[in-house]
Design a protein around this ligand. Sequence first.
Ligand code: CUA
Length: 154
Amino acid sequence: MAAIIDKIEKRIIIATGFLLALFIFSILYARDKYRTDIPECLPYDKAYTEPKVNKIDEKTYQVFGVAQMWMFQPAEINVPVGSEVDFFLTSKDVVHGFNIAQKNVNMMAIYGSINKTTVRFDKPGVYDIVCHEYCGSGHQNMKAQVIVNYPQSK
Ligand code: CUA
């Protein structure tokens, strides 16, 4: 009897190991396919409270996003096609969500802490940002947009 149980346990351990490997592979695969990196947490001493967009060069931007009840700032972010954007995110009050439609971005905005992710925008269009973490009576109004256009010719 004991031998039979051992055999089943062994199979479960092998299956668990296989599933773990599959999950890790899926994360790495999604990371490459959608070109989003895995969000990082930055140290507290880099804290900021003012929202802003920094242009590093023609195709590289930094967005310092601030979430609060019940808005995101900046509410509109304009970048040209092909841009790589570092999103830094913090909150002025409670925990908010930060989801960019079509971009597989799923971050939390947390008071006193900064999360970061990098997104590349290869197609023109309007990418909606929504709060997907319930944060109070105005939760459904928390929206922002990334507008990706072709650079204007002069
Ligand atoms: Cu902020 Cu929901």
